[in-house]
Write a protein of this length. Sequence first.
Length: 329
Amino acid sequence: MDRFTALAIIFLATVLLAAGAIAYFFSPLFLLRLILFLAYLGVAAISAIMAGVLIYAKSKYTLPSLLSLIASLYALYQCYTWENPMHVAYITAAYILAFAFGLWWISEPDLTLYERLRSAKALENADRYRAAARKYEKSGNYKSAAECYLKAGMEESAAWCYEKAEEFSKAAEIYEKLAAEKGDSYYWKEAYEFYKKAGEMRRAAECLERYAEEEPWFWEDVAKIYEEIGDSENAKKAWQRALEYYIEEAEEEGVFWEDVTKIYEKLGESEKAREAMLKFAAYCESEAENDPMWWKHVGEAYQYLGEEEKAKEAFEKYHNYKQQQKVDD
């Protein structure tokens, strides 16, 4: 049991013990009055604060807050005097009904009273598609909700509902359409994700290809998908675009020469792969001067290049560094 749970149990036990003692030494009625008094004291305080804020803001909700303040103060007075206990009961019932109504009201946001009282099907037949979609969505009928959202021109909400209904292809089609209409690459990425979930890998690759035009580090993923579906021609084109991106990055940050090497291998250009690996080895050696952990990568690079002596020397330096770390620890 954690400390918070233990404190909560102790607090609850203390409250129950105090309540039992009050009921025993005074009366159960006195306990009820005390509970109601404290409850209405809290409601009055909250109502007073809210009324002050709403009056300052000149809000249309000022009147309900003032009515709540007056009602809670009157109930507070009655709990103290107990002259008209039924008045306390009426006010308590009114608060309970108001609370229940508030929960019902916020359960269906943005709907008019008329729309709240009609069924989803009736609203759909009346061409109130947004309200019908909200109703369908709340009941878990996501497919019908999506169809109504589309009729209401709310494509993204429709896509979300198709996702909940596991109609991934339809969600992808919406995002694909939005990408073409709005020119926002984000939608190409979403379309890719949903086509992938639907198992439509070619369409997923095509959408990711469009996304990679603006976010070029995804060309490698495009190439892998085309390889997966056996489209070697498009895979090669995507690998070439990925290569262009990684060469540009490697010229700024040498660690990417390893990625360049791997892509050259994919494209069957072994000599260029070797040249890229030489650059990677040189980069790792420069890094190893400040961080000996890099000697491991130096060794791996020279192993790839077939220079066993240099690889052995680098691995020895890495091994010595690890051994020294153990001693220091």
